[in-house]
Design a protein. Sequence first.
Length: 310
Amino acid sequence: MLSVVIPAYNERENINAAVREIGAAASLCDDYELIFVDDGSDDGTWEEISQLSAQDPHIRGLRFSRNFGKESAIFAGLKEAEGDAVAVMDCDLQHPPKLLGEMYAAWRDGAEVVEAVKATRGKESFIYRLFAKFFYSVMKKSSGMDLDRTSDYKLLDRKVADALNELPERQTFFRALSGWVGFRSERIEFDVAPRNAGKSKWSFSKLFKYAISSITGFTDLPMHIITWSGLLFFVFAVILGINTLVNFCAGNAADGFTTVILLLLIIGGILMLGIGIIGYYISKIYEEIKCRPRYIVSQRVGVKGKEKTR
Ligand code: UDP
Ligand code: MG
């Protein structure tokens, strides 16, 4: 069986089309189930999902008690999926359902992770593109993972889904973790389609936070940078110290406050930045050790495959 996990946040206008198009593509592959994860929508997305689920036994739905974010929705879906292969795709049809057949065939041929990568990035603003480039180059330099052009559109073998389900961490980055777990992977290119209906749910600030959290989730390089800049400043301090002392002994001590003010500002700035970076990692540790659930499910619709056969 093929499970398709579809996170949906305020996508009422898209559910119908998603069921039609993704269902049609999945039915060509095998027996299938569509698992919609309603990430705390308030626009009637859930009503739409439950209505369609009542008509079609292939459709199941989970409803979160509030908006927990796309990552949580993906992982909730992975946990719920019962298929031998599990696909994850967006609800707005930006991930072309037609590709599903090709991905499924690649899985049948032995690939355990089939990644759909963007041939082109679709319509995006210049600033957005610039930030994305910067983010991916930082990710690549710091963690060695080349995520440029990757997307959340993936098809995973049961083994991979199980491996992801076993990860204990709360702050996840699906796009990178599906590579981190290993396994045999294959890439298939696709062109990003325009959104079917509605607007993107990612504001700039949400994306920025997601980017920072993803970088710190995969590397501690920022903390090493603090150590190295500390070392650099120490060398600088020794040289400046000797220079100042020699000048003092020679009777021409540096006068004026300019040097002092500059040093205070530079050192103060670097110290604050360093504390901030360490503080960020501590807050991540704090988030993890609280051990709160990644999401809370408030409602379910549809019958699981296993229960159906009972
Ligand atoms: N999404 C979600 N929770 C959120 C934000 C988005 O489940 O908090 C879902 C959304 O419904 C869609 C997918 O994640 O199915 C991708 O979101 P969107 O299309 O807004 O992002 P973009 O394509 O602009 O990156
Ligand atoms: Mg989209």
